[in-house]
Design a protein around this ligand. Structure first.
Ligand SMILES: [Zn+2]
Length: 238
């Protein structure tokens, strides 16, 4: 309790100095610079270079309560020095980021500041708009509103598809846009992302459930699911 009341009188640099001293009591303190930046997401960055600690925090957190700033300091410094971060800090930070007003601000910031580079739905082997409509009728009674659909710019192996709610867009990795890739694999990735449209992320407390039970249950209705997953596994592995 004493520590938290002291927080109210600390500048961000003093806060980082205090947490740093608690992690590395014997090392001399570097010069510390903390800035709030207009990022397009909730990321914060930390860097130690030539005895200078540079912290860049999203301006979304500029008015955050001191205990949240303290939690973030523990998270960032823990990451920098590869130290385990006490769970309470991760919990406290997520609890704050999960608040409805904070999520709404983040959503707006992503929409306004984030630039989305889209290549469009027409690939070499598959038109995502067409594939969407086929799946929409087959699995959703044609009721899903079509978001922006696009092949990704890079051929990502790690992210085969994602749904971006801030831009209402589904992006599919261009890796799959190849005559060698069975149509089934593309359809499954697209279907999975369409389920994200149908079943939004659930937030409660510090928890965020992306793949809810309803989501998983609906996913099992995809025909030849195991076969599709196997194809994707082999693509990601090669
Ligand atoms: Zn998913």
């Amino acid at each position: 309790m004493q520590v938290e009341s002291a927080l109210l009188f600390e500048t961000p640099a003093e806060l980082y100095a205090r947490v740093l001293r608690s992690l590395k009591p014997k090392s001399p303190l570097p010069e510390i610079r903390v800035e709030f930046r207009r990022f397009a997401n909730a990321n914060s960055l930390i860097r130690l270079e030539n005895q200078r600690l540079h912290v860049k925090i999203t301006d979304l957190l500029e008015g955050a309560p001191a205990p949240v700033m303290e939690a973030l300091a523990h998270i960032l410094l823990g990451k920098l020095f590869r130290r385990a971060v006490p769970r309470i800090y991760g919990y406290r930070y997520r609890l704050y980021m999960n608040r409805r007003d904070v999520r709404r601000n983040l959503h707006l910031v992503r929409q306004i500041r984030g630039r989305k580079v889209l290549r469009g739905p027409k690939g070499e082997t598959c038109d995502l708009d067409e594939a969407f409509e086929v799946l929409n009728f087959r699995h959703f009674d044609g009721l899903l509103a079509r978001p922006a659909l696009s092949w990704s710019v890079r051929r990502s192996r790690t992210v085969l598809g994602h749904y971006d709610p801030s831009h209402n867009a589904i992006i599919v990795s261009r890796l799959l846009d190849s005559p060698a890739t069975p149509r089934l694999a593309v359809e499954y990735v697209l279907f999975h992302e369409m389920l994200h449209l149908r079943f939004p992320v659930e937030h409660s407390g510090a928890r965020r459930r992306v793949h809810t039970r309803e989501f998983r249950q609906a996913e099992r209705a995809f025909p030849r699911l195991a076969e599709a997953k196997l194809i994707l596994k082999s693509l990601a592995g090669c």
